[in-house]
Structures are given as structure tokens and as C-alpha cells.
Design a protein around this ligand. Structure first.
Ligand SMILES: Nc1nc2c(ncn2[C@@H]2O[C@H](COP(=O)(O)OP(=O)(O)OP(=O)(O)O)[C@@H](O)[C@H]2O)c(=O)[nH]1
Length: 320
């Protein structure tokens, strides 16, 4: 808690001229194999649900920014889809997105879980980090709540041997263990800079994109293995309904589409007699209402966009 004095000075405003609190701000991106906890970590640091999390790998597709505001600085988190070997046009675009993002950040946080052995996948990603010499690099051992003390120590040693990190930090996003330490370390590595965003902003992603992600997340829940890569969602239209009573906000109608690649997948998403789609709509609506802080009517349609992952036009339409 060495930053305490700086924090108080910043809070006090234009008091003393001699002690200029140094404010730091910059961009950080978490990389690592699918499912190592990058999105959960982003959410835990920002304290608001902005990146979608799912037990299925490779569900993060957009560079989403979450912003951590502190009296002594700002951490802008750029959530990337993760580095992997491309198999489709979507894969290639995602990799291009990762490269563009990582070429631009101040710090890269390489995440590896405490409860799984460091393997070829981790080493592949670690080696790719050489391509981004501008960024400082730290190693983050995630999910320490899932490992014993001796496992954690062993993993920290293995992680430490991968390269000369600027720091190595063990954390748990679920129990919040060491998250404050991680934020301190990250901020310490950021350049001195005035705030880059105003206090209220926690993400600059367009609201419709966030809504579409919540719908995709709801549709992914309980979906079979084949589905995650084939699902996309868009918000097509919004309408304000007239309030029922004077002075109350009316319902917000949101019209959205879920895209799948094949007719057979359409049936899976809709379910028997529409039962699954109703559940998906119900879950998504609750999340959207929490995000917007108002009541929402959500209309979902399932559409087939054949092979959209390989079709440049379809990718463009779906925002990739
Ligand atoms: N026990 C435990 N589980 C965690 C922790 N962090 C994440 N998880 C779980 O690990 C799974 C994957 O987490 P995500 O945050 O979606 O992982 P990711 O690295 O963003 O995954 P991709 O989007 O596929 O790249 C989810 O089921 C999380 O609940 C943690 O600190 N402790």
C-alpha cells in the first residue's frame, strides 16, 4: 500500500504544489491458452461484467476494453481472443486482431493456470511474445484456489523459467486473492500519463455489441461442443415502448438474431417446441436488464448463415 499517499493527494485535489502525485495510465492485454481465466480476471479487476466468460474455450472474440480506475492511475484492459493456429478465415482475422492489439499495449500479462501443467500450448504463446518487444511482460499464475501450496510453488518456478518477466504474480479471480497486488504491479509498469478515459467509463465497446455478447453467452450455456465456434449474435433493432404510467420509463424492445452455420444447429439452439430458445432469451434478458438498469423486452430470432466463418461478407456483417 505504498501508493496510499499519492492516492490521498490526488483525492484532495489542488492542495500542495510540491507533491505532484504521479498518475499512470496505459493498456494491458492478457494472453494465454483458452480457458485459463483471462475474461474472469478482466471482470474481477474491472468489477463489472464486460467480457463474457464461459467454461467453453475460445469464446472471446472481440477486443473488449475494461477500465480499472484508481486514484493513482488507470488500467485499460484489452481483452483479446487469444493466440492460436488459424484454421478458418475467422481464425486468421482473430490472429490479425491479436497482433494489432498486442503491438499496441504497454504490458502483456501472460496467464497460465496453477492447476494444469505448463505445456506446449503455453510455450507456443510465450514464444510469440518475442514479436512484441515494446510491451513489458508479466506472468500471471491464475486459479491458485484450485492448487496446493507446493503445486503453486512448482508452477511459479516453471513460469519464471520461460523468460525474464518484469514480474510474476499468482492470483485467483474467483477468491480475489492478490488482485490488488496485480493491479499495483500493472500500474507500476504503466507510463506516467494523464487519465485516458473519464471516471465513468468502464468500457468503450458499443452497447449493442455488449448486448450481442450477452446473448451469445446465454446461447452458449449448455451448448454442445460443436456449437461455440458457429454461434454469433447481432442486435438488429431497438424500440422504446410507451410507458404504461406517466413518469415511468417504458419497456425497451430489443430485436436480436442468433446466427448458426447449419440447419441442424438451428434446431439445437431452438430446442423442442422452442424451449431452449426461451431459456436463452430469459437468461440473456436478465443480463441485459442488469447492464442497462431497466426493463427489457427481448425478441430473439435464429438464422442460418452458411459457413459464415469463411465468408468475408458475412464476417463483416457480424462485426468481425
Ligand atoms: N477456480 C477458479 N476458476 C476460475 C478462475 N478464473 C477463471 N475460472 C474458470 O475458468 C473457466 C474459464 O474462464 P474464462 O475467464 O472464460 O477463460 P478465458 O481464458 O477468458 O477463456 P477464452 O475466452 O476461451 O480464451 C471458467 O469456468 C471460469 O469460471 C479462478 O481464479 N479460479
Amino acid at each position: 500500500m505504498t501508493e496510499q499517499t499519492g492516492a490521498e493527494d490526488a483525492g484532495a485535489g489542488a492542495g500542495s504544489e510540491s507533491v505532484e502525485p504521479e498518475f499512470r495510465a496505459g493498456f494491458v492485454s492478457f494472453v494465454g491458452r483458452p480457458n485459463v481465466g483471462k475474461s474472469t480476471l478482466t471482470n474481477a479487476l474491472v468489477g463489472e461484467k464486460i467480457a463474457i466468460t464461459s467454461p467453453k474455450p475460445q469464446t472471446t472474440r472481440r477486443a473488449i476494453r475494461g477500465i480499472v480506475h484508481r486514484p493513482d492511475g488507470q488500467l485499460i484492459i484489452v481483452d483479446t481472443p487469444g493466440i492460436h493456429r488459424p484454421r478458418t478465415l475467422l481464425g486468421e482475422r482473430l490472429n490479425a486482431l491479436v497482433e494489432a492489439t498486442l503491438g499496441d499495449v504497454d504490458v502483456i500479462g501472460f496467464c497460465a493456470p496453477a492447476n494444469e501443467k505448463i505445456g506446449p500450448g503455453d510455450r507456443f504463446i510465450n514464444e510469440r511474445l518475442d514479436d512484441f518487444p515494446r510491451a513489458k511482460k508479466i506472468a500471471i499464475l491464475t486459479k491458485v484456489d484450485e492448487a496446493s501450496q507446493s503445486e503453486i510453488i512448482e508452477q511459479l518456478t516453471l513460469l519464471g523459467a520461460l523468460r525474464e518477466w518484469d514480474a510474476v504474480v499468482p492470483i485467483s479471480a474467483v477468491t480475489a486473492e492478490q488482485l490488488d497486488v496485480l493491479a499495483d504491479v500493472l500500474l507500476g509498469l504503466m507510463p506516467e500519463s494523464p487519465p485516458l478515459y473519464d471516471d465513468e467509463t468502464t468500457t468503450d465497446e458499443r452497447e449493442d455489441d455488449r448486448i450481442a455478447e450477452l446473448i451469445r453467452e446465454a446461447a452458449l450455456e449448455g451448448a454442445r461442443e460443436e456449437l461455440p465456434h458457429s454461434l454469433a449474435a447481432t442486435v438488429d433493432d431497438r424500440e422504446e415502448r410507451e410507458p404504461e404510467r406517466e413518469g415511468e420509463p417504458g419497456l425497451l424492445e430489443i430485436y436480436a438474431s442468433i446466427y448458426v452455420e447449419r440447419d441442424s444447429q438451428k434446431g439445437i439452439v431452438i430446442g423442442k417446441g422452442g424451449s431452449r430458445l426461451r431459456d436463452v432469451g430469459e437468461r440473456a434478458r436478465r443480463e441485459i436488464e442488469a447492464l442497462l438498469g431497466r426493463r427489457v423486452y427481448l425478441s430473439l430470432r435464429v438464422k442460418v448463415a452458411k459457413e459464415w466463418q469463411r465468408d468475408p461478407k458475412a464476417l463483416g456483417r457480424l462485426g468481425f
